[in-house]
Design a protein around this ligand. Structure first.
Ligand SMILES: [Cu+2]
Length: 481
């Protein structure tokens, strides 16, 4: 898509939002819902799945699959509670699923094979109806299995933001940006840089006394990164003025890794996680975002200069995961400053007491890795077995559950439950309440406890958001009795 087209789409979104705020970074086009009085044959939104090129920088243009001619796909804005229709058109040779991550919608529109959502056949199309909600930062992405094919599922450019507008945004910011963190050109490797496990605080509550020391299977790595579709230093900088406030919606759309992000010279005030406002906003030097997670942060522009916003890992940042922020009238070289190393702690965003009912039942899950359990690849087990688990996890509608996740593996896993919101109760023994999420990174050899109410009948997929872990066993279907 040409830049002027993107700008045109940007202007359309602006008209819809009825605001003078400018959605910055025209790297992601913004799709606009159609007016209400349309003929029946036109859906409110159309997502066309087809090959796209992504120009990370002038000398690095890659080919992948995306939505509506770009990767990421357009930022879709929807009204909370207002039903919409979405036509998914599949211009590829393989079946596809579009999942609406973080939405509380029925299994037939949720977009996973495991839950029984209908697939969109190769060169076919299908219309979905959904009622967007809850309000906040959600996202859509392919939920196809990839297995050993690194050109499928979330390894491709099939991802984009959906922002569900609750109608009560006070608009306390001057610019709103949608920044998706990505890696590209994945490859198999036996040498994993363990750079995504900084959630552990040394407790290692779940470390087994005897470790399985067999040689590890192949994992997936990358050395090519971007924010949206641009590598650090290419594309337009984020242009700001002193005194402005930015609202940044961050999404980690990686299929591979968790990330830590900092904005040199600035602190970030975290106001929402996974799209849900936090009880206790915190102003931090850096943020940690597991694969699949979102963070909304407000940043005061009070340090005139030219800065880098990006990965705290030098190699990753210098390989593309960053963007330049330029104050008006400033022209020096972009500056980077390493933030202090502080372990990530979800519990600081919560409160000491919960407003929710006490859980009535407990589900225990233990995660294990069997090195090379699936040939070249590791097997990932929940309670001693890979997917499927038949009817091991059956929920009673209306019951509040406590889910205890024991991570007996040497990796931090971003665990996601579809179609439900959970409330973090405890991380490595530290209690909290009121932090509502759909994904939680269970620390390396650690423990996470979440509570949720079984209030969305139908099969609900629970899985690790690292595509390879999910594909090789790390998922389970929660079913209603
Ligand atoms: Cu995992």
């Amino acid at each position: 898509m040409k830049r002027r087209d993107l700008l045109k789409f940007g202007a359309a979104a602006l008209a819809y939002a009825g605001t003078t705020r400018v959605p910055l970074l025209a790297q992601t086009g913004v799709a606009k819902p159609q007016a209400a009085a349309l003929p029946n044959d036109k859906a409110d939104y159309t997502l066309r799945i087809a090959p796209v090129t992504v120009e990370l920088d002038r000398s690095h243009i890659l080919s992948t699959i995306g939505y509506n001619g770009t990767a990421p796909g357009p930022v879709l804005r929807m009204r909370e509670g207002k039903p919409v229709s979405v036509d998914v058109v599949n211009d590829t040779d393989t079946p596809e699923f579009v999942h609406w991550h973080g939405m509380l919608i029925p299994p037939d529109s949720d977009g996973t094979e495991e839950e029984g959502s209908p697939l969109v056949s190769p060169h076919g199309r299908r219309r979905f109806q959904l009622t967007p909600g809850p309000a906040g930062s959600r996202w859509y992405h392919s939920h196809a299995m990839a297995m050993d094919n690194l050109y499928k599922g979330t390894y491709t450019g099939q991802f984009g933001f959906v922002y569900v507008d609750g109608g009560n945004d006070p608009g306390h910011y001057d610019q709103e940006l949608f920044l998706a963190l990505r890696d590209w050109e994945p490859f198999f490797t036996s040498v994993m840089e363990d750079d995504d496990d900084d959630t552990h605080n040394g407790l290692l509550l779940e470390k087994p006394s005897t470790l399985n020391t067999g040689p590890d299977g192949l994992e997936v790595g990358s050395m090519t990164y971007s924010i949206n579709d641009k590598a650090l230093g290419s594309g337009e900088p984020i242009r700001v003025r002193e005194g402005q406030r930015l609202l940044i919606h961050f999404l980690n759309a990686s299929a591979i890794e968790n990330r830590r992000i900092a904005f040199a010279g600035h602190k970030m005030k975290v106001i929402a996680m996974d799209g849900n406002p936090v009880s206790t906003p915190q102003t931090l030097d850096s943020i940690f975002i597991g694969a699949g997670e979102r963070i909304d942060a407000v940043i005061e522009m009070n340090q005139p200069g030219v800065w880098v916003l990006g990965s705290t890992e030098k190699m990753v940042r210098e390989s593309g995961l960053g963007v330049i922020v330029e104050y008006a009238g400033q022209h020096r070289q972009p500056q980077w400053i390493d933030p202090p190393k502080v372990p990530w702690d979800y519990t600081i965003f919560g409160t000491s007491t919960s407003n929710s009912p006490t859980p009535q039942q407990t589900i225990e899950m233990t995660f294990e890795k069997i090195p090379r359990g699936f040939g070249k690849f590791n097997a990932w087990l929940i309670n001693g077995k890979p997917y499927p688990h038949e009817r091991e996890f059956v929920l009673q509608q209306g019951t509040r559950y406590r889910l205890v996740m024991h991570n007996r593996t040497d990796d931090a896993h971003p665990m996601h439950l579809h179609r439900h919101l959970w409330e973090i109760a405890e991380i490595n023994g530290k209690k909290t309440a009121g932090v509502l999420k759909d994904t939680v990174v269970v620390p390396y050899y650690g423990r996470a406890i979440v509570d949720f109410t079984a209030d969305h009948p139908g099969p609900s997929l629970f899985h690790c958001h690292i595509q390879q872990h999910m594909d090789y066993g790390f998922k389970a279907l929660l079913q209603y009795g």
